[in-house]
Design a protein around this ligand. Sequence first.
Ligand SMILES: Cc1cc2nc3c(=O)[nH]c(=O)nc-3n(C[C@H](O)[C@H](O)[C@H](O)COP(=O)(O)OP(=O)(O)OC[C@H]3O[C@@H](n4cnc5c(N)ncnc54)[C@H](O)[C@@H]3O)c2cc1C
Length: 465
Amino acid sequence: MHGHGGFEMNGHYVPTMEELTEYQSTRDPYAGSPKYGLYTIYFCGVTIGIFFLVHWFKAALFWSKMRSGSQISPLKSRIIATARLLTYPRLPYSSARVLNYVWAIGPLGPNIILFIGLLFVSMYCWVNSYYYRLPFYGSPAIALRSEWIATALMPFVFVLGAKRNLISWITGVSHDKLQLFHQGAAFMIVYMSLVHTIGMIVQSLMEIPFSETYASSYIWWSGFAALGSLLWLYIGSLPFIRKRLYEGFYFLHIAASIMFVGFLYFHGTGLLVTDAYMQATIALFGFGIAARIVMMFISNVLFRHRAQISLQGGSVRVTIPTNMKWSPGMHIFVRFLHIRPFESHPFTIASLPTSKEGEQNEIVFVIRPETGFTRVLADVAVNTASDRKFPIILDGPYGEKGHNTLRAYNHVLLLAGGTGITFIAPLFADLVRAMQQKDGPCTKIDLVWAVKSRGKDKVSRASSC
Ligand SMILES: Cc1cc2nc3c(=O)[nH]c(=O)nc-3n(C[C@H](O)[C@H](O)[C@H](O)COP(=O)(O)OP(=O)(O)OC[C@H]3O[C@@H](n4cnc5c(N)ncnc54)[C@H](O)[C@@H]3O)c2cc1C
């Protein structure tokens, strides 16, 4: 396709802007490419919408069961059983252990959703087989599609990675369960960014030597700098690194994310609607951080928490008097100012808030010493008087708020392994409280607790009727 107003370079015709616009008008034009970002947002929005509906469906089901004594229609039972069958299964430990080096696989449900997301992203990018343009006729279509898909995923990845975030508030899913989506969406950004970069390089090689292309605009070095930060972020977050070097991973993750956003902002600033995505990312993430700081201020400056620690049966027991309230199964991040002030670790609250008016609550953590902070805490517990009070900063509680949905069943079986009992104990205590208060249909609870002790494994069984 040759016009008359342009000129020749390296044996190719270089069109005028009018000729280029006309050529592109019927071939995935640059100006229309933001639609790929828009439909990616719709896809994420619909997924969040489905989670929102499921959240309210579960709440309605809970109240209907509480009223009708655990009975629901056979059709509802069948739907729920099918949903569980499709979402709960996990890989056997032997296979999951290997996969866990690169992907914290978890249950089937989130993996199915992420697979659908990956399919959507891939098809949206690749199905239209018009990938490259004639030399000098503009950025290749494949690079534009992948660029907008990656850009539109940015706000979601940042929101999904925050402890207090909008998606948790809309869907009721807590930050720890959203982690898998944070990692999955981040993988899609890496994938689309690589397609974008390779597409741009291939197209530019059709035109002039790459060294000349690279020197022609800031867009190239800023793009490579953003991609470098992104790869560092992704590779540095793989489970085999995160598990071995948690603190190192954490600080590098924050540093690399700031660099990534900075370079990317510079790379795309002023191009179509890129700035809007970057501003939305910063605003939504900033909102989550601000909410976290406000909540931390309220719970720490107003309540001034102090912790007592002791060693009991190989575990560290931490008790903290508080006016805070929480639901069974929730966890809190704790920072011991006199022990390791720069580290904050999550622990499940093993106690329940009191049900008596005017009485103060007590947070109890049961902590198994690992090799880092928790080992130091165990050493301090051995060498310190048990009435010593340590200043701490609490960040939380996090996790699913509201009612213990197990209250809606007449017979509950609870299974715990080791310190997993810290999650089960408050649920058990809450069910016992519900039975005493005759609140809901629950009449029988079985608790099975498997504990490893030196030389032998022990399984304890408790029932409450
Ligand atoms: C939601 C949640 C609730 C938890 N509840 C309990 C509980 O009630 N009792 C209990 O004993 N343990 C609990 N844990 C595990 C506990 O947080 C870690 O064992 C502890 O942070 C290890 O610290 P360390 O420096 O001794 O770890 P290391 O010996 O350095 O590492 C041991 C393991 O802990 C992980 N880890 C280290 N630091 C952190 C961190 N800041 N955040 C998350 N994981 C980390 C590492 O990935 C590694 O796999 C919980 C974890 C989570 C995510």
